[in-house]
Design a protein around this ligand. Structure first.
Ligand code: CMX
Length: 435
């Protein structure tokens, strides 16, 4: 049976030739003009990055290596007795473009479990954080500190040949993913006083171990939720803040720990990953203000009051998507199957029925539909993971899969230092004066 690293070594030469071919054939072709507005407008729609693992279609949503979420739910290996795809398989798919066998996925579970331990000094760093420090800041600190043992940083210091970069970046990426459950579990237990962290079980899959470390390992449906959650949150092409930051920092040959810690700092923003926390804060305040089983008209008024206060409706809208996010749809299907009568799920569903028309009537948001963050918190709450400030940490564990896969390919394909050109407003005014 081939290991992921062996399969990757087989695939790299052909992928390198493919890039050469594509560049030779299309390298001088233009996507179209760049508008000054795009420089001021957060580079929306500007084609500027290569990202191999996934591509986001505005109408259809994400495809991982060409496969939709329903495709991967059908095709990727599952745990015995489980229905949801194993994130191990998704990682294999992101890295190789191929669907792994059950044995290959089991080997990845074992490999990650064997690498899961974190150094004692990183445990101490986490333990010394005040419980008032946001879990995402603790997460980022701990991931940065893992750079202490980076295989890539050590190899670079010894003078590794460029052609060999991908090998130690692969090892670091595997270590990174493997160590995140221990970091997340430790932060969760420290901040919320949930007792001592148990050991990772070498015979369990990644999600089962993560659930156990968080204290929810006995609930088989929660473990299934983690498998779905990690899979759908893993990757969302390259331009979103966390993915792009990881790639950018990695392009300076900062190792995967430093690069991914930067991703986490971006994910911690309320317009990006922190939105899953913000959704729950918003829904909870709504419940407090309107009471249980609020009528549609009252919910509508509440949504309008959010907009009138100059705030965004968290979990709605997207920079690229123009339809309901298929990641939202997948979570809604999970809720309909496992917790159809849950009060908070019912509120999420009621909001889904009402918010798009309001955002359309308000006339600003280009996409009135829900994104991934509109649903995830309600599912976690149902199983007793109620500490909303922790939610983005789980998004972060998942996002490592996509960022790590791309870091490996960037080094295998010799991606250069990123260095786009910037201009001042005065320079632009001068440049376009007579055009
Ligand atoms: N509620 C209220 N107003 C919204 C809105 C929402 N959910 N979504 C967009 N708008 C507003 C924007 O704030 C912007 O207003 P201004 O013109 O006053 O600046 C206007 O509509 C146009 O924005 P847009 O082009 O539709 O959206 P952007 O590409 O600029 O931003 C996003 C995308 C996600 C930041 C935005 O929709 C938003 O703030 N949503 C709420 C936060 C959220 O859910 N983020 C999570 C996204 C998924 C993720 O990364 O995890």
């Amino acid at each position: 049976q081939t290991s992921l690293k062996d399969r990757l070594a087989e695939l790299i030469p052909a992928a390198q030739s493919r890039v050469k071919e594509v560049r030779a054939e299309h390298g001088q072709k233009a996507f179209g003009p760049v508008l000054v507005d795009q420089l001021y407008g957060g580079m929306r729609g500007l084609p500027a990055l290569i990202w191999e693992g996934s591509v986001l279609d505005p109408e259809e949503g994400i495809r991982f290596r060409g496969k939709t979420i329903p495709d991967i739910q059908a095709e990727l290996p599952k745990a015995p007795g489980g229905d949801e795809p194993l994130p191990e398989g998704l990682f294999w798919l992101l890295v190789t473009g191929e669907i792994p066998t059950q044995d290959q996925v089991t080997a990845l579970s074992k490999d990650w479990a064997a690498r899961a331990e974190i150094p004692a000094f990183v445990e101490e760093i986490i333990d010394r954080c005040p419980p008032t420090l946001h879990p995402m800041s603790q997460f980022s600190l701990a991931v940065t500190a893992l750079n202490h043992d980076s295989a890539f940083a050590a190899a670079y210091a010894k003078g590794i040949n460029k052609k060999e970069y991908w090998g130690p970046v692969f090892e670091d990426s595997m270590d990174l993913i493997a160590k995140l459950p221990n970091i997340a579990g430790r932060i969760y237990r420290n901040v919320y006083g949930r007792g001592k962290l148990p050991a990772v079980d070498l015979n369990k899959d990644y999600s089962a171990n993560l659930a156990t470390l968080l204290g929810f390992g006995d609930n088989a449906t929660f473990v299934e939720l983690m498998r779905l959650y990690i899979t759908i949150h893993s990757d969302h092409e390259g331009g979103n803040v966390s993915a792009h930051t990881g790639k950018l920092v990695g392009s300076a040959l900062s190792d995967p720990f430093l690069a991914f810690a930067a991703s986490l700092n971006g994910l911690a923003g309320p317009l990006h990953g922190l939105a899953n926390q913000e959704v729950l804060v918003w829904l909870t305040k709504m419940q407090q203000s309107l009471g249980p089983d609020a009528e549609d008209d009252h919910v509508k008024e509440y949504v309008w009051s959010t907009l009138k206060a100059g705030q965004v409706v968290p979990g709605y809208g997207h920079a690229v998507l123009r339809k309901t996010d298929p990641r939202y749809v997948a979570q809604r299907a999970f809720a309909l199957k496992h917790l159809p009568d849950d009060k908070l799920f019912k509120l999420v569903a009621q909001v889904y029925k009402l918010v798009p028309d309001i955002l359309l009537a308000a006339g600003k948001a280009k996409n009135p539909w829900p994104n991934v963050d509109a649903h995830s918190g309600a599912l976690l709450t149902h199983y007793g993971l109620r500490e909303m400030q922790f939610y983005t940490v789980l998004f972060g564990v998942s996002r490592a899969f996509g960022v790590a896969a791309q870091l490996i390919w960037d080094r295998a394909l010799g991606a250069p230092l990123e260095r786009p050109k910037s201009y001042s407003t005065e320079a632009i005014a001068r440049m376009f004066k007579d055009r």
